[in-house]
Design a protein around this ligand. Structure first.
Ligand code: UD1
Ligand code: CA
Length: 452
């Protein structure tokens, strides 16, 4: 089959410089949702009909398999499909999708394409409020005779609640004939794709309708209000799918997945968490409220407390993270690592059972096992121009408020006294201190303000 995706409309009501179909639902451009659904059917050709923002579209959509077709000017949906015709394969069926209808499901499209063998198949939906849509007009025997657009419809036709989703599948050879015969003699002076239905009836080609799974599946985006509505629909569906797989959500209405979230059994996610990119939560992971995870992997049994922020990082099993922990790109924590409040790690590999529980910055570092990093410890990894590495070997104890001026190595089993500024390597199994010896000056007086 061929698939034609219509995306030439301007989207004026979005009031945006971004082409309409590049606005995102669930972290992915509207048109990318449609392209993914199209690809799932493994068609011979996917043709994208665009009109506005061609450069922006090409740079944003990674789709070497697409045939790009410019429609300029935009003279209606029939005219749009006409532009694609010369680029289509000699496949029996052509499926027309809309670039701004993102939640269309592969299973529905399969049913539609199946219904279109030697027929014209229309994806329809019954709406309580059908205003604005093309209506499906049937004869007394219940057979479809044509589609009438809202602006061309009589009062009786406007009362019809069965509407055209716009998504149709039809025989390619017939489509070419019918498109050539379209006229724009209608209220909007456009070439309507919907007029091919009347032509198919006249030619004796059967018309079949396939119902959408629900109104949500065929809803298009014309405004930011509709964009937000579809975002909620997409999130609710993701939340339901996760719960059906055994994830416990504190509130399915307060979860945002903007990418792919893969969960093991007995995962719990508290309210207002955001997941971006690809995130893996292994068995029995617990995510506290208001956490943000982007391209992250969390090992079995790990717990993330509230407000933890994790990006391009890996947490091993049985980790204890947060509240208010920040794991930046390149952080890899082994099993049983604890990272507490206001601790920031970047490009740091931390071996098993090590702990940094309070107020620390650990960047460009390799930390061994069973290391304890005291409150206020900082790896001074940056001299203003270059970055340097800090190595802390197994069983080291770093006292509070220590600065490790990289490049520097702390040997296995070493202890650094609180307040140390370490500028040279610390030997193993030894206490290293750099602070000034404490003195108490008898008779010392605080400075006084001069008396007037
Ligand atoms: C169209 C259908 C209507 C259906 C409705 C569903 C026609 C004549 N009408 O109406 O029966 O109920 O969709 O939403 O087909 N587009 C182009 N080039 C154009 C015009 C449109 O690519 O010249 C694209 C738009 O970007 C959009 C889609 O086609 O993705 C539909 O266009 P739109 O103007 O929204 O169609 P409607 O008038 O709403
Ligand atoms: Ca529309």
């Amino acid at each position: 089959m061929n698939i034609v995706i219509l995306a030439a409309g301007q989207g004026k009501r979005m009031h945006s410089n971004l082409p309409k179909v590049l606005h995102q639902v669930a972290g992915k451009a509207l048109v990318s949702h449609v392209i993914d659904a199209a690809r799932s059917l493994t068609p011979q050709t996917i043709c994208l009909v665009y009109g506005h923002g061609g450069d922006a579209l090409r740079t944003s959509i990674d789709a070497p398999d697409l045939v790009w077709v410019l429609q300029e000017p935009q003279l209606g949906t029939g005219h749009a499909v006409q532009q694609a015709m010369p680029h289509l394969a000699a496949a029996p069926t052509t499926l027309v999708l809309y670039g701004d209808v993102p939640l269309i499901q592969p299973a529905t499209l399969q049913a539609l394409v199946h219904a279109a063998r030697d027929a014209l198949a229309i994806l329809t939906v019954e709406l309580a409020e059908p205003s604005g849509y093309g209506r499906i007009v049937r004869d007394s025997a219940g057979e479809v005779v044509r589609i009438v657009e809202q602006k061309d419809a009589s009062a009786a036709e406007r009362a019809i609640r069965e509407v055209n989703s716009g998504i149709v599948a039809l025989p390619t050879v017939r489509l070419a004939e019918w498109l050539a015969a379209l006229s724009n003699d209608n209220a909007q002076q456009e070439y309507y794709l919907t007029d091919v239905v009347g032509m198919a009836v006249a030619a004796g080609v059967p018309i079949r309708t396939v119902p959408a799974q629900g109104e949500w599946e065929v809803l298009g985006v014309n405004s930011k209000v509709q964009l937000a509505e579809l975002e909620r629909v997409a999130q609710r569906r993701t939340a339901e799918r996760l719960m059906e797989q055994g994830v416990r959500l504190a509130d399915p209405a307060r979860l945002d997945v903007r990418g792919e979230l893969v969960c093991g059994r007995d995962v719990f996610i508290d309210v207002n968490c955001v997941f971006e990119g690809r995130v893996l939560l292994d068995e029995a992971v617990e995510i506290g409220p208001c956490c943000v995870l982007k391209n992250a992997s969390i090992g079995a049994g790990s717990r993330l407390a509230a407000f933890s922020h994790i990006e391009d990082a890996t947490v091993g099993p049985d980790g204890v993270i947060g509240p208010f922990a920040r794991l930046r790109p390149g952080t890899e924590l082994a099993a049983g690592v604890h990272v507490g409040n206001f601790v920031e790690l970047k490009n740091a590999k931390v071996a098993a059972q090590s702990k940094a529980n309070h107020l620390a910055y650990v960047g460009d570092a390799i930390i061994g096992s069973r290391v304890n990093i005291g409150a206020g410890t900082i790896t001074c990894n940056y001299d203003g121009a270059n970055k340097f590495k800090t190595i802390i070997e197994d069983d080291v104890f770093i006292g509070s408020d220590t600065q490790l001026v990289a490049p520097v190595t702390v040997g296995r089993g070493a202890t650094l006294g609180a307040g140390t500024t370490l500028t040279r390597d610390a030997p193993p199994d030894t206490l290293t201190l750099s602070r000034v010896r404490q003195v108490s000056l008898a008779g010392w007086k605080r400075p006084q303000k001069p008396k007037k």
